[in-house]
Design a protein around this ligand. Structure first.
Ligand SMILES: [Zn+2]
Length: 298
């Protein structure tokens, strides 16, 4: 079995977890969690990073880790790879969300040397027996990994955010490339693996696969509709209320959910999804591509 290493993001536990399985590290987390990661590795020298996607809460420490362990192999989706080698665009995009708070939130983001990278597209088997699947929805370059030996599926963010001991599931939908249809297809891919455990970055593992994914699908439909029908303020207030209610008003636990998935960002990602989708449909009609009616929204 793998072990989860809590990187204690901003001094809070149960927000960001890395997984270590036989020297492989799935999503090391941000560089400001490096000390906690290395302490958790407890002398194990990592041989490879398996990145689910390049968002800074998952992959921020990759470059710093390559500096420390020059032989480290870094697996990432081919669309994410160039942004690890030259993180300027990744940082510019993150700065739009986090502004001047970048350094405090994520620490140093060092480039990953090209020779350390192994670009994947999904469908590969790596490191002997780890299967790789392309799982967009949360991000267009998202991968998930499955160990047939242990029955563990390492899901990054595509299986949602759930902070124990709560079983409430929040769908993390930050900009820029949330895609609700792709997300649903990706959940099927996870189910086809028939995993015994889902390993979530935010946070920890669950064996209640069916219940967890059902709650995630309900959340995607509910928040998706909420973002389509309401403005930012109403959306944010409703999501924050919902989380607080789901955790029986436990403020510490609610704060962990909202640190992993800030309600404001959830809105921005969904709002962009609906806007882009309307633009695509408008363009298709405008170009006279048949009499296709606008797709029914969930
Ligand atoms: Zn995340």
């Amino acid at each position: 079995m793998s072990r989860v290493i809590d990187v204690h993001h901003l001094a809070r536990d149960r927000v960001i977890g890395a997984y270590e399985l036989d020297g492989l590290v799935v999503d090391p987390g941000p560089a400001n969690g490096l000390e906690a990661l290395l302490a958790g590795l407890d002398g194990v020298e990592p041989r490879a990073l398996l990145l689910t996607h390049i968002h800074l809460d998952h992959a921020g420490a990759s470059g710093v880790l390559c500096r420390r362990f020059p032989e480290l192999t870094v697996y990432v989706h081919e669309r994410g790879a160039p942004h690890l080698v030259e993180p300027d665009r990744l940082l510019a995009s993150a700065r739009q969300l986090y502004g001047d708070d970048m350094e405090r939130l994520w620490g140093e983001v060092a480039p990953v040397p090209e020779e350390n990278l192994r670009a994947l597209s999904g469908g590969e088997t790596i490191e002997g027996s780890i299967r790789v699947a392309y799982t967009p929805g949360h991000a267009s370059h998202h991968l998930a990994y499955f160990s047939g030996d242990t029955g563990e599926a390492f899901c990054g963010d595509v299986a949602g955010v759930r902070i124990p001991p709560s079983d409430h599931v929040v769908p993390p939908t930050p900009p820029p490339d949330v895609d609700l249809e792709a997300w649903e297809r990706s959940l099927h891919v996870l189910e086809e693996w028939a995993p015994e455990e889902l390993c979530l970055t935010h946070f920890g593992r669950t064996r209640d696969i069916a219940g967890h994914l059902a709650r995630l699908r309900e959340g995607l439909a509910r928040e998706g509709e909420r973002a389509r029908a309401h403005g930012r303020e109403a959306f944010v207030a409703a999501v924050e209320d919902e989380v607080l209610h789901a955790v029986d008003e436990d403020l510490d636990l609610a704060a962990r959910f909202l640190q992993a998935a800030p309600a404001d960002q959830l809105y921005l990602g969904l709002e962009r999804y609906w806007r882009k989708r309307a633009e695509r449909e408008g363009a298709a009609v405008g170009e006279g591509q048949g009499v296709r009616a606008p797709a029914t929204r969930p």
